[in-house]
Design a protein around this ligand. Structure first.
Ligand code: SAM
Length: 296
């Protein structure tokens, strides 16, 4: 290990419980545990997940997420930013693993992985702790199946300033490697709620929210809805089956995004993006600084 990297970490670690280890073998038990995090049953059991890439790890720390393990390649260790993240990991009692490229590839499960990965504790917000006010927007997804769709929706919800994403029923895991990758760090910025269909309907009955269902048979144009009068919940259907009949029957209104052409429907993430930016149209402003000087 380089003197600088080690020195920084040791200094920050003085008197604390964190450690720095070098790992090169795939049969190392810690490496086996990290590789197991690619499987949902191990994520569920441990309550942990992996986030890949320097930006994601730095964003997570900036947003107050606690890092359990930092894994970095030898190539990455010289970087000042990486040394700072390693120092923080140790200072928080976490483990820093300096790994061979083979180990990093095996844990990330791809050929050209990022040289830095963090292991974090999963977080879900309880539905009864989700407080929404008029003018605020929540996305609710009925049985979303595709990790890429879910990651894109979490990222888009964050970008549009939504309050939370509710996952209804059996869904793909928001903390899988693919979903976390697709969120581009937004998994750390926006609360995720898990709820059964029954719990969601009970919350709808109690809370003063306006549930806008999106449906291929919706009779209202999505551009005609008062999204700001009450807290708005944009309810999106499953990729294959759309919204369940029970959810659709309990919506306050059913809207459709007009289409032309031959496509039967829009991709779920695209439809959610359109709904979000319509619902939040009046709340989103370009700041003076970001205005393009070439556009008059
Ligand atoms: N075969 C499904 C059906 O008939 O509902 C199509 C599902 S579509 C791929 C996934 C979800 O995206 C829908 O349930 C709905 O929430 C949303 N969606 C897609 N296109 C839409 C549109 N034109 N208007 C409203 N919602 C739409």
């Amino acid at each position: 290990m380089s003197q600088d990297f080690h020195g920084t970490v040791k200094a920050a670690a003085a008197g604390r419980v964190g450690q720095v280890k070098e790992v090169t073998s795939l049969s190392n038990p810690v490496v086996k545990d990290l590789r197991a995090l690619s499987q949902k049953k191990h994520r569920d059991r441990s309550g942990l997940f992996l986030a890949e890439g320097q930006k994601l790890v730095i964003d997570a720390l900036a947003l107050g997420w606690r890092i359990r393990t930092l894994l970095c390649s030898r190539a990455a260790r010289e970087k000042k930013d990486v040394a700072a993240v390693a120092a923080r990991t140790v200072a928080e009692g976490g483990l820093v693993l300096e790994a061979s490229e083979k180990v990093v590839r095996a844990i990330a499960r791809r050929d050209n992985p990022q040289q830095l990965m963090g292991v974090f504790e999963q977080r879900f917000l309880a539905l009864d702790k989700l407080a929404v006010a008029p003018g605020e927007t929540v996305v609710a997804l009925d049985r979303v199946r595709d990790p890429g769709n879910l990651g894109t929706i979490i990222r888009t919800a964050d970008a549009a300033g939504a309050k939370a994403v509710i996952l209804i029923g059996e869904t793909t895991d928001p903390f899988s490697l693919e979903t976390v990758r697709a969120t581009m760090g937004s998994i750390f910025a926006i609360p995720v709620v898990q709820a059964s269909q029954e719990a969601f309907l009970a919350w709808h009955r109690q809370d003063q929210v306006f549930v806008i269902g999106t449906h291929m048979a919706g009779s209202l144009d999505y551009r005609t809805i008062p999204y700001r009068d009450k807290p708005a919940v944009l309810l999106m259907g499953n990729e294959q089956a759309g919204l369940s009949d029970l959810l659709a029957d309990n919506c306050d209104c059913l809207v459709r995004i007009p289409q032309s052409g031959r496509a039967d429907s829009l991709n779920l993430a695209v439809a959610t993006g359109l709904m979000l930016f319509e619902a939040r149209r009046e709340m989103l402003r370009l700041e003076e600084m970001t205005r393009n000087p070439l556009v008059r």
